[in-house]
Design a protein around this ligand. Structure first.
Ligand SMILES: Nc1ncnc2c1ncn2[C@@H]1O[C@H](COP(=O)(O)OP(=O)(O)O)[C@@H](O)[C@H]1O
Ligand SMILES: [Mg+2]
Length: 214
């Protein structure tokens, strides 16, 4: 569903990733852990096609994407990937339902029915007409999870998705995200420095100084 082959990256003269290879299968949940500065966010960025690796390759659903142009990559990303970050990146001028309809608009298909179903599943049923500003931190992240999954992507990439939440909410959002991804058959790559959340994954990859710890 998602893979990296011998991925390396440097910012100027500073090398931060050294030959990282990994694979996430459909429906599989993989946690990426490691200390701050070990390259987790850089790795996720490259896997999400949001940056160009210095060397190596990224594949989404078996298709190499790191050498595609920005436009082609962006179109493919909406179909193949869901992204969740520590910050929710919801659109403040759109309602909750409006936010969930954005991926469908980009894809040219009406995902309203699915969006309504997901609103229920993330505990925001009947609140589609409200705006993100009225939501609590946990509710915003739950909506961000719903948006990431509404197009039923092959894989979900999440970088510290619960990093701004208290422990109880963090657990709830992470469990919800993983449960929905399993239901839809989306693979998950979850970056977290939280051992408890990493324990929810099927498998764990540890990064240290930009390398996978064997
Ligand atoms: N845009 C950037 N320019 C220069 N250095 C960066 C940039 N982004 C990250 N780094 C450096 O790359 C290393 C890995 O960072 P990051 O991937 O954010 O690690 P993590 O997410 O594990 O904390 C760090 O040393 C960080 O300072
Ligand atoms: Mg990070």
């Amino acid at each position: 569903m998602l893979s990296a082959a011998d991925l390396s990256h440097a910012f100027g003269a500073t090398a931060v990733l050294h030959g990282v290879s990994l694979e996430v299968a459909g429906g599989e949940v993989v946690a990426v852990t490691g200390p701050s500065g070990s390259g987790k966010s850089t790795l996720l960025h490259l896997l999400g096609g949001l940056g160009q690796p210095t060397s190596g390759a990224v594949y989404w659903e078996g298709v190499r994407i790191d050498n595609l142009g920005t436009e082609a990559r962006a179109r493919r990303r909406v179909r193949s990937l869901g992204l969740v970050f520590q910050h929710h990146y919801l659109l403040p001028d759109l309602t909750l339902l409006g936010n969930l309809r954005v991926p469908g608009m980009i894809l040219g298909s009406d995902l309203t029915e699915r969006a309504l179903g997901l609103l229920e599943q993330v505990g925001l049923g009947g609140r589609g007409h409200e705006y993100p500003e009225v939501l609590s931190g946990g509710e915003r992240q739950r909506l961000a999870v719903a948006r990431a999954l509404v197009a039923r992507p092959a894989a979900l990439l999440a970088d510290e998705p619960t990093g701004s939440l208290d422990r109880a909410n963090a657990r709830k959002v992470a469990q919800l995200m993983i449960g929905l991804a399993r239901e839809y058959g989306s693979g998950v790559l979850l970056v977290t420095h939280d051992d408890e959340l990493a324990g929810l994954a099927d498998r764990r990859i540890d990064l240290l100084d930009g390398r996978v710890v064997p």
